[in-house]
Design a binder for this molecule. Structure first.
Ligand code: GAL
Length: 662
C-alpha cells in the first residue's frame, strides 16, 4: 500500500443479522480515513459451524464491499479460538495444565499446539480461506491466529519435547551434563524419563526449565508453520504476520521472527496513571524499538485502543490529543500502520466496554471518533514517510532467553532481580538524550552500532562474548553491567574468571555479588559527585581498568563500582551496581559522546520524545509531547513541518512531524 495502513480488527461476524449496521460501518470507516480492516480473527464458528461445512460467502461480501470503498483486508486465520464442536468431538485439542489437569472448553488461546487433530482442522479451515481469498485483490496480508502464547503439558507435548531434546543433545549423557542432573541424584537413564517441569514434579533443574521454554517457542513456531503451509497450499502469496504482545516472555520472539514476513504487535499502554504519560510512552517506545529490531524493518501496529480498554486495572479515558500522540509515537518508532482493536464495539460479553472507533451509540460525533478521524488525516498528510527506515547507532540488549534464566535462577535476590526494570531505566536514559535506539537480543548483529548497552547479560549463548569483544576491538563503545557473563545457555556457571570472555575487554574481574534487601542502599562516589545504588552490588577487582566511582559504604567501601577501560580501538564501561537515575543519565550521556553519536535535535524539550526515519534524501523527525509543559523545536532552513504547528511549538498531548532535507 502506498499510504500508512489505517484500520483495525473488525468483527462483522457479531452483526450478521444487522445489514443496516454493516452498511453504516463502511461509511464510518471511510469517513475516518481508514483503508484497512482485519477480518475473521475469531470467526471460526461462523466460518465452519459444523465440521467440514464452510460458510465463507458472508465474508466475501464484506471484503468486497469494503474494497469498493477503498478499504483493504488483512485476513486472519481463526485458530486463536476454536468452535465448540471441535472440542466436543476431539478432546485432545484441549490444553493440559502443568499439574496434568485437562482444561475444559472455554475462553480462547487454549489449544494444544502439538495435537495432530488440531493441526489438521486448522490446516483445513486455513486452506479453505486461502483458496477462496488468496486471489482477491482486497486481501493484502494474512494475520495468523491471534497472540500466540501459553503451554500445554499433555502426553503428546511431552513426547514432542523428548524428541526435541534428542535432536538437541544426541545422547542422554550430553543432556545430563548440560542440566547438571547428578545434583540431588536426578540423573536420567533415557530420554523417555524426561517430563516437562511441573509444580508436582521437577521444578528446580534450570537447564530443563530453559529447554522447555525453548521447546514451547519452537513448537508454537512449528504450529505457525502448519498455518503458513495451509495458506500457501491454498494459493496465498501475500505477506504473513502474527500479532505479538508487550514484553511477553512466554515465547522468544527473536526465534519466531525469521519465519515471518513482517512483524506486528498489539500495544496498550496504561495512560493517565498517577505517574503521568511519559512512563508508559517510554515503556511502549522500547517495545516498538524491540519489534522493529526483530527484522530491522518497519512493523505494523496491529492493535491499539482508540480510547480505554476493559481489561486494565483501571480504565482511564485517553485525554484529548493522546490518541494522536500514541499513534504517531508508533509511526515514529517504525510502524507502517495504526490499527485498532476494534472498529465496532461488541454489545455483549467481556469486551463490551472496550474502546472502539464506533461505540454503541453508533454516532460519528463522539470525541473518540472525531480524534480517530483526525489521526486518519494526519497519516495521509505524512504518508510520504511510509516505508522509511530507522538507522539507530545505539543498541540496548534485551534478551528473552536471558530474561528466563535470570527469573529462574536461585539467588542472589529471589525477591526480584529487576532485569526488565533496569533495561527500561537505561532505555529512558538513552532516549532522554534525543537519539534513536535499537532494542536487540544477543544474537543480533553488532556491526551497525557505535554503542552497545548490555545490562545483566547473565546467560551468554553462542559464544556471543567473542563478538562483543570484536565489537570493542574494532572501535565500539560497550557499557556492561553487574551480573554479566555468569552462565551458559543451560545455566551452567562458566569456569574461571568472569564476566566470561570479557574480563580483558572490561579490564576487571568479578569477586562477589551482594544482594541488598528492599530499601537498603549504598553510595557511589567519585569526581566530587555522589550517586546512590541498591538491589545488587558487585565487588570487582580492576585489572587494567580505570576506576571512575567507588562504593561509599559497607565493608567494600572504597572499592571500584564504575570503571572504564580502553580496549583495541574502543572502550568498555563496567557498572557494578544497580545505580540511580542520575548516574544512568550521566553514564549514557558520556557513552553516547564517546561513541560520537549526535542527538537528533539540540535541546529536546522535557516531556517530548523524538524518533527519526530515513527515506531517500529525507529524514523524518517525529515528536510527541507526553509531558505537561509546552515545548518548542527550533527549525532550520532545510526543515519543514508536515504536521503540527508551523513554528515548531508542541503543546502537551500534541505532536509535530518535520521533514529534514539531507
Ligand atoms: C488483545 C487481543 C484482542 C482483544 C484486545 C483487547 O490482546 O488480541 O483480541 O482482546 O486484546 O484489548
Amino acid at each position: 500500500m502506498e499510504h500508512f495502513i489505517y484500520g483495525g480488527d473488525y468483527n462483522p461476524d457479531q452483526w450478521l443479522d444487522r445489514p443496516d449496521i454493516l452498511k453504516e460501518d463502511v461509511r464510518l470507516m471511510k469517513n475516518a480515513h481508514m483503508n484497512e480492516a482485519t477480518l475473521g480473527v475469531f470467526a471460526w464458528a461462523v466460518e465452519e459451524p459444523r465440521e467440514g461445512e464452510y460458510h465463507l460467502d458472508w465474508l466475501e461480501e464484506i471484503i468486497d464491499r469494503l474494497y469498493e470503498n477503498g478499504i483493504s483486508t488483512i485476513l486472519a486465520t481463526p485458530s486463536g479460538a476454536r468452535p465448540r464442536w471441535l472440542a466436543e468431538k476431539y478432546p485432545e485439542v484441549l490444553r493440559t495444565l502443568p499439574d496434568g489437569t485437562k482444561a475444559k472448553f472455554g475462553g480462547r488461546h487454549n489449544h494444544c499446539f502439538t495435537s495432530p487433530v488440531y493441526r489438521q482442522k486448522v490446516y483445513e479451515i486455513d486452506r479453505k480461506l486461502a483458496e477462496k481469498f488468496a486471489g482477491n485483490p482486497a486481501v493484502i496480508g494474512w494475520h495468523i491466529s491471534n497472540e500466540f502464547g501459553g503451554e500445554c503439558y499433555c502426553p503428546l507435548c511431552q513426547e514432542a519435547f523428548r524428541q526435541w531434546l534428542k535432536k538437541k543433545y544426541g545422547t542422554i549423557e550430553a543432556l545430563n551434563r548440560a542440566w547438571w542432573s547428578t545434583f540431588w541424584s536426578h540423573t536420567y537413564a533415557d530420554f523417555s524419563e524426561v517430563e516437562a517441569p511441573s509444580p508436582i514434579g521437577e521444578s528446580a533443574t534450570m537447564g530443563l526449565d530453559l529447554d522447555w521454554k525453548r521447546f514451547i517457542t519452537d513448537q508454537t513456531a512449528d504450529f505457525m508453520k502448519v498455518e503458513k503451509k495451509a495458506l500457501k497450499d491454498g494459493g496465498a502469496a501475500q505477506p504473513m504476520t502474527i500479532n505479538m504482545m508487550y514484553d511477553y516472555d512466554g515465547l522468544d520472539y527473536g526465534r519466531m521472527a525469521k519465519d515471518l514476513d513482517i512483524i506486528s504487535w498489539d500495544s496498550y499502554p496504561e495512560w493517565g496513571g498517577p505517574e503521568g504519560n511519559e512512563k508508559p510512552a517510554l515503556g511502549h517506545g522500547r517495545c516498538h524499538d524491540y519489534m522493529r529490531s526483530l527484522k530491522d524493518q518497519p512493523f505494523l501496529l496491529m492493535e491499539s485502543c482508540p480510547s480505554s480498554t476493559n481489561w486494565q486495572e483501571v480504565s482511564r479515558l485517553k485525554a484529548p490529543g493522546l490518541l494522536t500522540c500514541a499513534s504517531l509515537h508508533a509511526i515514529g518508532h517504525g510502524a507502517d500502520s495504526v490499527q485498532y482493536f476494534q472498529i465496532r464495539q461488541s454489545r455483549g460479553s467481556s469486551e463490551k466496554f472496550h474502546g472502539a472507533l464506533i461505540d454503541q451509540t453508533g454516532r460519528d460525533d463522539t470525541r473518540v471518533y472525531k480524534e480517530a478521524a483526525e489521526v486518519g488525516r494526519m497519516l495521509e498528510r505524512i504518508s510520504r514517510a511510509k516505508g522509511a527506515v530507522t538507522r539507530a547507532r545505539a543498541a540496548l540488549v534485551q534478551d528473552t532467553q536471558n530474561r528466563w534464566a535470570i527469573a529462574d535462577t536461585q539467588g542472589p535476590r529471589n525477591c526480584g532481580m529487576g532485569y526488565l526494570e533496569f533495561i527500561q531505566e537505561l532505555y529512558r536514559a538513552l532516549k532522554k538524550q534525543g537519539i534513536d535506539v535499537d532494542v536487540i537480543d544477543q544474537d543480533h548483529g553488532y556491526e551497525p552500532y557505535d554503542l552497545i548497552v548490555l545490562p545483566m547479560l547473565y546467560s551468554v549463548r553462542n559464544e556471543n562474548d567473542r563478538r562483543l569483544k570484536a565489537f570493542v576491538e574494532n572501535g565500539g563503545v560497550l557499557v556492561g553491567t553487574y551480573f554479566t557473563g555468569v552462565v551458559d545457555e543451560t545455566d551452567l556457571c562458566f569456569e574461571g574468571d568472569t564476566p566470561h570472555g570479557l574480563t580483558d575487554v572490561f579490564g576487571i574481574r568479578r569477586l562477589e555479588i551482594d544482594g541488598l534487601y528492599d530499601g537498603q542502599k549504598n553510595t557511589l562516589t567519585g569526581n566530587g559527585k555522589t550517586y546512590s545504588c541498591d538491589r545488587l552490588c558487585e565487588r570487582i577487582a580492576p585489572e587494567g581498568a580505570e576506576t571512575l566511582l567507588t562504593y561509599g559504604e559497607d565493608f567494600y567501601a572504597g572499592e571500584s563500582a564504575l570503571t572504564v577501560h580502553a580496549f583495541g580501538k574502543g572502550k568498555a564501561y563496567y557498572l557494578a551496581a544497580h545505580a540511580d537515575e542520575a548516574l544512568l543519565s550521566d553514564l549514557m550521556r558520556r557513552a553516547i559522546f564517546d561513541a560520537g553519536i549526535g542527538p537528533l535535535v539540540q535541546d529536546l524539550p522535557s516531556g517530548v520524545e523524538v524518533q527519526s526515519r530515513l527515506k531517500g534524501d529525507s529524514t523524518y523527525l517525529f515528536f510527541e509531547n507526553f509531558g505537561t509543559e509546552e515545548g518548542k523545536i527550533s527549525l532550520s532552513k532545510n526543515e519543514s513541518v508536515l504536521y503540527g504547528e508551523q513554528d515548531g511549538s508542541i503543546p502537551p498531548c500534541h505532536v509535530l512531524v518535520v521533514e529534514r532535507k539531507n
